[in-house]
Design a protein around this ligand. Structure first.
Ligand code: NOJ
Ligand code: CA
Length: 702
């Protein structure tokens, strides 16, 4: 690892008329300037290749019962440093990551009420964007209660945006593509129903927010290293096209209580004239701290199946019986009449174990294994699960032993139903139970309103909880995949046992009325910026009513599109979400899911446009083989794939899984073809991508 840090004392100014400070990216294409306004307000702006990206924008806070940290600042000695290093992730899209940036620290102080308050702002410029954070040094004020963070992002025009409505509780929304000026009018219509949702403004949106200017620049706004602080949303002033940060409030309506010394998360602005650069950016990971887990040998990328899609489609149930409104502490399951639909029963779980083991999967998720599901959702009930007691027809001991005998593990499921106090009460025992039976991965979930009543999914207290679970899990060598938790901000660099999150509409929404075809061409630009998503791809039967009577939803995707998702939706945790019998029907296509790796030495984004298509090539970490995936939205597309990313002089056997000419996500979604040919770095492959279609290719070295 190479690391050069040079510190230069740049300029010292006290009082008014501080000089403008400039920070430049290592390749000199991005410039950030900082100054204090005549009122002493901190202000920054950003340009890319000479074009304004962020116009002068002010930074600061309002505080409870205290003067605001907005203006009347004095600037101290500004310091600069540079870093050029590479680091090795435990898992990832690439086996090493370059972290090259220039940094500028602006020390600020302000006199208020006889006290001097100190607030530094640290800026970093990378070749793919900038980040800044507030740092409150140790000072006489021990605690600040923040009522608003006012970080502005003054944009240069009425850009095109891919956005979901601002919400304190859910990111499970379909994306809207609109001009910034149309957010206000379309926001209410964009708010699909969720069991827990709390909007705050008709021009509020969530991050990561993807933008495109009329002259073809791609801009992305997000945050990195969200620790002990509420999640940041953005609120647009659509008369000036200026976004201001909008934090998720706590139960009292305050935004955050911070104890000095304290660092806020980074606010990030990615920019490029190439869409593929946004997908390939490591900015968010680089702004997070290095891994703090000494021994990471137990953390492993994982491919899994699940007793899951059958509950999601309502073919079977999580619940064992049909009781309702009961107290878990006194309910007697031995006297209950089974409903005959319980998915997690011994026989069915064994059937999945057999198939998953034969297919070379690492794990099998089983949901509905534990008592409490009869009375769990939307009830705001505190004691809803104990995470310890299996249903009478789920023999935890023998099923784990059976899985082990077949060379796979069961994956644990902890649905909390939003009752954080209850989960915190049981979590040690729940993780110990996992250790006892040999589970090393848990999918957790926070469906419904957070308890105690009045708390939200994305406020400071909840954010603290999610990370505490990840840390505790690390101590017990457990990997975590949390659904409905706060969206990720690159913390998987520091805690690589955080192998997945949901925090967006995943495949389950194909069973709840369907997803637009563009969805999977937007997620990598937005949700995936902060970390991998447990999207749960691999659905092979698109007409759900054929196997789950009464569910009229349709999976808006072709089979080839489903295969491509294993490449385009990067994750070290990938599910093969469909049923064994559906995979048996299409064993030739399932071969790709069996083959596709979940860890990579190199990734090359070949072409992309948000809302339209994404094509990416990845090299297996354990072999010389390459895999390519392309997903397409509504318009049919002919794509010429140039294989010049392959190692020159090597020969490969290409197996191409693609849409047939007449495939279509609605009318002919299961039509695919598989062709084989020899290929090398000089080859080009012509591919047809159907509406809602795509392709997946394995390139095995000969
Ligand atoms: C919502 C999750 O996203 C889904 O995957 C899970 O099956 C249900 N909650 C039940 O926990
Ligand atoms: Ca969910």
């Amino acid at each position: 690892m190479k690391k050069i840090v040079l510190s230069l004392i740049a300029f010292a100014a006290f009082g008014s008329a501080a000089a403008i400070e400039t920070l430049t990216s290592p390749d000199s294409q991005i410039k950030l300037t900082f100054d204090l306004t005549p009122e002493g307000a901190p202000e920054y702006s950003v340009t890319y290749k000479g074009k304004a990206i962020v116009k002068p924008s002010t930074l600061g806070f309002t505080l409870k019962d205290d003067a605001p940290l907005i203006d009347r600042f004095k600037q101290g000695k500004v310091t600069y440093s540079s870093t050029d290093e590479t680091w090795v992730p435990v898992w990832g899209e690439n086996d090493s990551i370059a972290n090259r940036y220039n940094e500028m620290t602006v020390p600020l102080s302000q006199k208020a009420g006889g006290k001097t308050r100190k607030m530094n702002i640290v800026f970093r410029a990378y070749d793919d964007g900038v980040g800044f954070r507030y740092v409150f040094p140790r000072q006489s004020t021990k605690e600040f209660t923040i009522t608003d963070e006012l970080s502005q992002f003054a944009l240069t025009g009425d850009h095109t945006a891919w956005w979901i409505p601002g919400d304190y509780d859910t990111q499970e929304y379909k994306y809207t593509r609109s001009r910034l000026s149309d957010i206000r009018a379309t926001s209410e219509g964009a708010r699909m129903h969720n069991l827990s949702q709390t909007g705050f403004s008709p021009t509020g949106v969530q991050t990561s927010l993807m933008l495109k200017t009329d002259d073809g620049l791609y801009i992305n706004l997000h945050e990195a290293a969200l620790i002990d602080y509420p999640a940041m949303h953005l609120n647009l002033d659509d008369s000036t096209m200026t976004f201001t940060s909008w934090l998720t409030p706590d139960i009292n309506g305050d935004k955050a209580v911070v104890t000095t010394p304290f660092k806020t998360p980074w606010r990030t602005i990615m920019v490029s004239d190439k869409a593929t650069d946004i997908l390939a950016s490591d900015l968010i990971l680089n702004l997070n701290d290095p891994c703090v887990i000494d021994d990471t040998s137990w953390i492993h990328p994982t491919k899994y199946m699940g007793v899951w899609w059958e509950m999601i489609t309502n073919k079977s149930s999580w619940a064992y019986c049909d009781a309702e409104n009961f107290d878990l502490a006194t309910f007697d399951y031995s006297k209950a009449t089974p409903n005959g639909r319980h998915g997690a029963n011994n026989e069915n779980v064994k059937r999945y174990i057999d198939f998953a083991a034969d297919a070379g999967m690492d794990q099998l998720l089983v949901e509905g294994w534990n008592i409490g599901w009869e009375d769990w959702s939307g009830k705001e009930k505190e004691y809803v699960f104990d995470f310890l007691t299996p249903y009478p027809d789920f023999d935890i001991d023998s099923l784990n032993a059976y899985a082990k005998s077949k060379g796979i593990k069961l994956m644990m499921h902890h649905e909390t139903s939003g009752s954080i106090p209850n989960y915190e009460k049981y979590i040690d025992r729940a993780y110990d139970l996992m250790n006892r039976y040999g589970y090393d991965a848990v999918k957790s979930g926070y469906v419904g309103n957070i308890l105690p009543k009045g708390e939200n999914h994305y406020n400071q207290k909840s954010v603290r909880h999610y990370l505490e679970c990840v840390k505790k899990a690390a101590d017990k060598h457990i990997m975590v995949n949390a659904h409905e938790a706060v969206r990720p901000t690159g913390l998987c660099r520091t805690y690589p046992n955080l192998v997945g999150n949901e925090s967006a509409c995943g495949t389950e929404y194909q069973s709840f009325g369907g997803l637009p075809t563009a969805h999977v061409t937007i997620l990598p630009f937005t949700r995936l910026q902060g970390g991998p998503m447990d999207y749960t791809p691999g659905i092979f039967r698109m007409n759900i009513s054929e196997f789950a009577p009464g569910n009229t939803s349709h999976v808006n995707s072709t089979v080839a599109n489903q295969l491509a998702l294993y490449l385009t939706m990067y994750s070290p945790l990938q599910m093969a979400a469909d049923f064994p019998e559906h995979y048996a029907e299409k064993a030739d296509a399932f071969q790709f899911i069996k083959d596709v790796p979940v860890d990579w030495s190199k990734s090359v984004y070949l072409d992309a446009e948000p809302g339209e298509f994404i094509v990416v090539a990845r090299k297996d970490k354990k072999s010389e083989n390459w895999y390519v995936g392309g997903v397409n939205a509504e318009e049919p597309r002919e794509f010429i794939l140039d294989l010049d990313f392959l190692d020159p002089g090597k020969n490969y056997e290409a197996t191409i899984y693609s849409d047939t000419d007449d495939a279509h996500y609605l009318t002919n979604p299961e039509a695919y073809q598989i062709t084989r040919r020899k290929a090398g770095a000089e080859s080009r492959i012509k591919l047809h991508m159907a509406p809602g279609g795509g392709f997946a290719i394995s390139l095995k070295e000969i």
